[in-house]
Structures are given as C-alpha cells and as structure tokens.
Design a protein around this ligand. Structure first.
Ligand code: TRP
Length: 329
C-alpha cells in the first residue's frame, strides 16, 4: 500500500478528457492505497482570481470529483487552504530552494513570457508549494501527467536536499504513478490534439444533453473513405477513440465495419456517439446538480477531510520542526 497524493487545480469544469485521463484512475486507486486528493486553491492565487470566483470554482471542483466517484470514506479529500501545515512547510522548504533552479523551471519560464505583467513570487515558488503539498504527507506516489514531471523532479530534489542537510532519511522521493492500465488520451472534437478546456474542444461532465449533441454533431470529419479498409485520418480516428470509451464493443465493431466497407455515414456515427456520451454522463451530471444544492453534505465532507489531512500533516510538521532544531523552552 502506497501513500498516493494528487492536487487538483481549481480552474474550469471537468471534461471527458479529465475523467478518462485521470479521475477514473483516482477512483480505482482509492480502493487500494492511502490516497490524499486535494483542491489546490492556494496555487490558483497566482492568477489573482476575484474572491467570489475563488470559492465558486473550489466548490465546483469538489462537487464534480464527488460526482465522478471520489469517495470521502475511502480517500482523504480536502482543500489546501484548510491545512495551515502546508504553508508552514512551504516556508521551511523555501529556505533551501534556489533562485536559479526556480527560474529554470519550464512552467515558470512559460508563464513569465505569457503573463509578463504579473510575474509574482508565488509563481516563482509554485514548485516549492507543490513539494510541500506532497511532502507534508510523505507521499511516495503522485498520479500526474507529463506536464508535471519537472515539478515532481524538483520535489525529489528538495526532499533529498532536506535529508542531506540534516543528515536524515526522512522524506521519500516521490515518483509519478499510474494505475496499472494505460491512460487513455482523449482527443478533442476539432480534428487534432487532446481534449482540453483552453482548446475549446471539450465535452464537460456537467454539459446538458443538447449541448453534448451540438458539440458532437459539429466535430470535424473528412469526406469519407473511398476504398475499402482505408487508413483513418486523424479526425475520424478521434471519433472512434471516443466511441471506444463510451460505447459497447458491438457498436464500435458495427461502425468500424461500416467504415471499412465505405458505407459509413458520419451523421449516424455522431448521433450514436452523442447518445452514448449522454448515457455515460447523465448519472454524473445528475449527481453534480444534486450535490451543488447540498451544502450540509459538502461541509461535512470538507470538515472530515480537513481533520484527516491535518492529523497526517501535523505529525510530519512536528517531526520536521524537531529535525530542523526548533525546541521547546
Ligand atoms: N500543479 C498541479 C497541476 O497544475 C496541481 C498540483 C498542486 C499538484 N499541488 C500538487 C499535483 C501536488 C500533484 C501533487 O495540475
């Protein structure tokens, strides 16, 4: 059994790409490991959200994760800003994080060139806060995608440096973690690339059926196959990738055969795909809409998650303080 931890950025709605790329795995991991999942609302402050948006997006994320199957009885689900031990560990780790390595971080360099009017210290030390998130529970496995590899490597460096400076073997060196099966990369509906909020090609778990239908019917295709067993072009292949995750094998075979013998009508394929996406998302969407109204339940989830997370976090921080040399008078 591993200690698994992942932080969830509080921006935007969850879409099918998030679900099949990550959440489905979190849902399985919570059955087998000690899992900490949290909403990274401190991290979201780097872009200065308005106060009313900060809470709204945190609530939305919480609701969508619960509706997708994260079970607060099986994992520890909490909000970063409810755990004061995290910013304290962040402060301590900052003392041994060097300007050079922080400036060399790819995400920092990208942000620096994209939002040159707001290069704040929080952005520079984002990887230190992320290391604090992970090390506060001494987690060893972090289920994140490629884009977070470098941050994880920096966490390992900070952990190893702490151990070396104080001559201890205290922090583990966390590594990326995927559930046994291959992660499915969900493509967008605009012909290429992967599904993403910023790409504007996403089907959200909370989308109403008519919205889903409209988005799917607008998906890019091609002129159709003209010879049997023709190689599929990217946009059509993408539709089949989606079909494979939401439809039955019979449905997939049916349309694959039709493609191969050139009798396929993309309109029929899209209609089926939309129906099957709607069948898949409807129970989740209903849960989202119900949970949104149930503030008492959400408060219970967060209170309970906060208690569990703080129990673990305060133990680590107490030990870290001892190692560093803070003593009682
Ligand atoms: N940086 C992560 C992202 O952008 C979110 C995150 C914050 C995180 N703290 C973390 C992920 C700790 C894993 C572990 O997606």
């Amino acid at each position: 059994m591993e200690i698994v931890l992942s932080g969830i950025r509080s921006t935007g709605n969850l879409h099918l790409g998030n679900y099949f790329g990550a959440i489905r795995n979190f849902v399985k991991m919570q059955e087998e490991h000690t899992c900490f999942f949290f909403i990274a609302d401190f991290h979201s402050l780097t872009t200065h959200p308005a106060p009313e948006d900060l809470f709204g997006s945190t609530k939305q994320i919480l609701v969508e994760y619960l509706a997708s199957g994260l079970d607060p009885e099986k994992c520890t689900l909490y909000r970063q800003s409810d755990i004061p031990e995290i910013p304290e560990l962040y402060l301590l780790l900052n003392m041994n994080a060097y300007l050079g390595e922080l400036e060399r971080c790819t995400t920092f360099k990208e942000k620096k060139s994209r939002q040159s009017e707001n290069i704040n210290a929080g952005l520079l030390t984002y990887p230190v806060l992320m290391a604090a998130d992970i090390l506060i529970h001494r987690a060893s496995k972090v289920p994140v995608g490629k884009d977070q590899e470098q941050h994880l490597e920096m966490t390992r460096n900070f952990a190893a440096r702490f151990n070396r400076i104080y001559g201890v073997d205290y922090f583990p060196k966390p590594t990326a973690f995927n559930f046994s099966e291959q992660l499915v990369k969900i493509p967008g509906l605009n012909g290429s690339g992967k599904m993403g909020k910023s790409e504007g090609n996403a089907i959200n778990l909370a989308d109403e059926p008519e919205v889903i239908r409209k988005k799917v019917m607008k998906a890019v295709t091609d002129n159709g196959p003209t010879v049997t067993n023709q190689k599929m072009a990217e946009p059509v292949k993408n539709l089949f990738t989606l079909l494979k995750v939401v439809s039955s094998p019979e449905t997939v075979n049916f349309f694959t055969d039709k493609y191969n013998d050139c009798s396929i009508r993309y309109g029929d394929l899209k209609k089926q795909l939309a129906d099957d996406i709607i069948t898949f998302t409807t129970p989740i969407r209903k849960q989202i809409n119900e949970l949104k109204l149930d503030n008492d339940y959400l408060r219970k989830v967060i209170d309970n998650g906060t208690d569990k997370a703080r129990a673990s976090a305060s133990k680590t921080l107490k030990e870290v303080r001892e190692i560093i040399g803070f003593k009682k008078f």
